[in-house]
Structure formats: C-alpha cells, structure tokens
Design a protein. Structure first.
Length: 231
C-alpha cells in the first residue's frame, strides 16, 4: 500500500496536524508514566508523528512499506526505522510507549489480524508501558458510495485525489489521483482493502493481549485513541 505514491504522501496529507496530535499523545503518555523515555511508532508511515515526538522521546518506527520508510529516513536520519508487518514484528526490545496512529489498523482487515497486531504491540511494552491505537472509521459511519476529494498545489505540483467507499467486506476505499507537473499529468490508482471494527472488537483485542483498555477522546485533532495498559 502507498508504494506508488510514497513520495506524494506528505503533500496529499499536508493539512494533517501532526504537531498537535503528537503533543496530545505526549501528554497522554506522560500522564500515565512521567518517567517514560522511549516510544515506538507502529505503521509510522513517512514519520509525521515521529518528527514531533523525537524531541520528547527516544523513538523508533516501523512500517510495512519500504518506500514510506525511505521517505521517513530523509526526515529522521538519527532515528532507527524498520520495515515490517505489524502482525509479526519482533524488535527484541521494549518501549515505555507504543503508538499506532492515523487509523493504520484499518489495513488489518480482519479481527484475527487485529488481535495479532495488538498482541505484538503489547509484547513490546515495558513495565508501566502504554499502548495508544487510533481506530479506523466507526461501522455506523461507513457510507457505501461516499465520494471524497482532496486537492493540493504548490509551485511544482498539483494533485487531485478522489476516493470512493465501496461495499467490500468491512470496507474498501478506491483512490484515483491526478498528478500534474511540468512533465505532464500522471494518473494513479490505489485500492485499499480495509477493515472497520466495532468498539467491542477493539476492546477484546486489548484484553486478549492482557491490557486494560479505555477510549480517550482527542478532539478536535483526531477521532481519539484506544489506550491499553498492563493490568
């Protein structure tokens, strides 16, 4: 996923307030454990959150997309970044905080894979560690046929992205991009097989991993996070 337009990702999501989200995350982590010093960002993408969290924590990141990690490395030359699957990874170390943001868990698609990913994240928690996971869309809000458009422009590039919600399993999002530069117009297509999960399914995944779970609102920056802590 995102392999064909990792280099466009930050432009497409240029309006996302990573700085504000990161500040809220840091507050949540330090409220739970004022002595927290280490953090792992699972499905870190191009490193949008890590850029702002690296001054507060000793950070690492992991993402399935090697292309996205390469973009992140350009921003975070001193941060350890890994390519890996969130359902299988083993970094051989533990962290005071593990985060998984921007609804990346939606890409897991099935409850079994959600359970596996939360379990792997929990394994990487240090004593008094905290896990923060941002969910994808609530099932009640999934509107088949919903069409959304984003645009971006600067002196070098113009982008128009149209996405359509399709009725496949727990949700598929089809994205079409038109990218205009001096060299011409390029058309890209990306299909995201996703998975919306219920609150009960998220909570069960945390509980199976041995974590007490609660939901914390992060309005207005994002839809909130599930917080897991060791019982």
């Amino acid at each position: 996923m995102y392999h064909d337009f990792a280099d466009l990702y930050d432009r497409i999501y240029s309006d996302k307030d990573y700085e504000a989200e990161s500040a809220q995350l840091a507050e949540i982590v330090t409220a739970h454990n004022p002595d927290a010093t280490t953090l792992l960002d699972v499905a870190c993408g191009t490193g949008g959150h890590l850029v702002h969290l690296q001054d507060r924590f000793e950070c690492q990141g992991i993402d399935l997309s090697a292309e996205m990690i390469e973009v992140a490395r350009a921003k975070l030359p001193d941060t350890t970044l890994h390519v890996g699957d969130m359902t299988e990874f083993d970094l051989g170390t533990r962290f005071d905080a593990v985060i998984c943001m921007f609804s990346a868990v939606g890409h897991l698609k099935t409850v079994d894979r959600l359970d596996a990913a939360i379990a792997r994240m929990a394994v990487h928690l240090a004593p008094r560690g905290i896990l923060a996971v941002q969910p994808w869309i609530d099932p009640a809000d999934w509107l088949v046929g919903n069409v959304h458009m984003d645009t971006y422009e600067d002196d070098e590039m113009k982008i128009a992205r149209v996405s359509v919600a399709e009725p496949v399993d727990r949700g598929r999002v089809v994205m079409e991009l038109l990218v205009g530069t001096k060299a011409g117009v390029t058309r890209l297509r990306d299909e995201h097989e996703m998975g919306w999960f219920t609150r009960a399914e998220y909570e069960a995944a945390f509980e199976k991993a041995g974590l007490a779970v609660r939901f914390e609102d992060m309005a207005p920056t994002t839809r909130g996070v599930y917080i897991g802590t060791a019982e």
